[in-house]
Design a protein around this ligand. Structure first.
Ligand code: NAP
Length: 481
């Protein structure tokens, strides 16, 4: 049994009240670690430590802060294998994915912001008659970064890297469901000599310590990634205290397939956008709209490809579908399946759990599932399942599919597959999603704004957006006549 500790004031420490939460290996269905259920006394220590560290951290040059972040990235790179295995055990995702997606993306996040901060510039605006304005961007102070379980290390670093790079101190709360790589990350911070108090990682459940962090008067801003329901709670709390919030929330993303697309490329990518990370990616396309002329062919080929996915022990290199992250989430997806069946829709494949033999016989596995005839009036059509399930829908015209795609309260991402430039531009312009891909999916350039419209979030992350979020502009106007 492994024990996870909080990272407070540069040290690994036990929670003051000695309360712990069980951490499960979801592919085995067994507890393998315990993680602190932190309380206000732990948060008080973390805040105290950040307050002590803040001035010297923000006064350090951008180059020095950048160098520390590069060192953290390099150290994670050296421990690439250890991090990847830990992520797979904690989350249930295939080791191939942890190795090729999660860990490299975390390293990239750190390097990207380490480099961005030394290449950043501030604005100036001159007026006639010897007047100039210049805008300073100061760090906010102590900020909170709250991250989910689907990409534990990747999304933790995506938030803390920009926050730290520009001189904030961070109180981070990873998901209690997958706390292991954040713990390994704290060990790396100690090893490379991140000054104590600059980053404090306080583990525990969202409704308890998460909520206390958001409410704490010394927390100036909250960067949150997670579900829409939690996002709304955080937004309500933070706005009543006039705190800045950035919310990256759920999605019910459309994949739009026109009959003139590069079919092979579309098919290969749509398998990933449907079942990657067992469908537990906020960017997964749960609604697939296919032009009627190729609907039957698509259905046949898509089912054939989905059947090839190998569900099994995520530690095996042959596996490309691991387990669902937790028992609670597994049951949530299965209850979604029941609602789909009750609605009269039918599963072409899947729609049920999967037993994996051997070491994983108690794990939480679900078959890749494809639904047809799902009524657009049902809750299942509208709500995010966040599992390995997609529904297929026919459309005839461009205008029709624009209307169908927009028929959701969410607005995170969309993919359009067509070789017609006019169609691509027109649809991209008319659909209400923060991220639109054409002839690709989940292709990331860290300089671009990332985030959703409507119930998918508030604000954007990435590139300058994160730097702006984690800083306070101060305009200085000088009359030098
Ligand atoms: P979640 O239940 O909303 O939790 C996210 C984080 O918030 C966890 O660390 C959670 O802690 C914490 N939390 C819960 N209640 C809180 C509160 N009242 N105050 C402060 N923190 C609180 O989401 P999840 O189930 O982990 O993640 C899945 C969701 O995230 C999906 O909807 C997915 O679409 C979304 N997501 C969005 C993006 C994006 O970029 N837009 C990226 C990834 C995931 P506990 O784990 O301890 O409850």
């Amino acid at each position: 049994m492994k024990t996870i500790f909080n990272y407070i004031d540069g040290k690994l420490v036990k929670p003051k009240k000695a309360n712990y939460i069980d951490v499960f290996n979801p592919s085995r269905g067994k507890v393998y670690a315990k993680c602190p259920e932190s309380s206000s006394s732990d948060l008080t220590l973390a805040i105290k430590s950040s307050k002590k560290a803040l001035n010297s951290w923000k006064e350090l040059s951008n180059e020095k802060r950048s160098k520390i972040l590069f060192n953290i990235a390099n150290e994670i790179e050296k421990k690439h294998k250890e991090f990847a295995i830990a992520e797979t055990i904690d989350n249930g995702k295939p080791l191939n994915d942890s190795r090729s997606i999660d860990v490299p993306r975390a390293i990239n996040n750190l390097r990207f912001y380490a480099s961005a901060v030394i290449n950043d510039s501030s604005e100036s605006h001159s007026l006639p008659n010897n007047v100039i304005n210049y805008t300073l961007r100061d760090p906010l102070g102590i900020v909170a970064c709250i991250s989910p379980w689907n990409y534990p290390l990747h999304l933790l670093t995506w938030k803390i890297a920009p926050a730290l790079a520009i001189g904030n101190c961070v109180i981070a709360k990873p998901s209690e469901v997958t706390p292991m790589t954040a713990y390994l990350f704290s060990k790396v911070c100690i090893k490379v000599g991140l000054p104590k108090g600059v980053l404090n990682i306080v583990h525990g459940s969202g409704g308890n310590i998460g909520q206390e962090i958001v409410e704490h008067p010394d927390i100036k801003a909250v960067s949150f990634t997670g579900g829409t329901k939690t996002g709304k709670i955080i937004s309500k709390t933070a706005s009543s205290l006039l705190k800045k919030v950035s919310l990256e929330l759920g999605g019910k993303n459309p994949i739009i397939v026109f009959d003139d697309c590069n079919y092979e490329e579309m098919l290969k990518t749509t398998i990933k956008s449907s079942f990657g990370n067992q469908g537990q990616i906020c960017l997964c396309g749960e609604r697939i709209f296919i032009q009627d002329s190729i609907y039957t062919k698509f259905k046949k080929d898509f089912v054939k490809e989905a059947k090839k996915l190998k569900i099994g022990d995520p530690l095996k290199s042959t596996t490309n579908q691991g387990s669902i992250v937790s028992k609670a989430h597994y049951h949530k997806i299965l209850s979604y399946f029941n609602a789909v069946k009750d609605s009269g829709a039918k599963f072409i494949i899947g729609g049920r759990s999967k037993k994996v033999r051997g070491d994983c016989s108690d794990g939480w596995f679900i078959e890749p599932s494809i639904v047809e005839d799902l009524s657009r009036k049902t809750k299942c059509y509208k709500e995010e399942a966040f599992g390995p399930v997609v529904s297929l829908h026919k459309f005839k015209t461009r205008d029709e599919v624009i209307q169908l795609a927009n028929e959701t309260n969410y607005g995170l991402s969309a993919s359009i597959w067509t070789s017609n430039l006019k169609t691509a531009h027109k649809v991209a312009q008319m659909i209400d999603f923060g991220i639109v891909w054409v002839n690709t999916w989940n292709l990331r350039d860290l300089r671009t704004p990332f985030g959703g419209m409507k119930d998918s979030g508030l604000g954007r992350e990435g590139g300058k957006e994160s730097i702006r979020f984690f800083s306070e502009p101060k305009n200085v106007c000088i009359n030098y006549s």
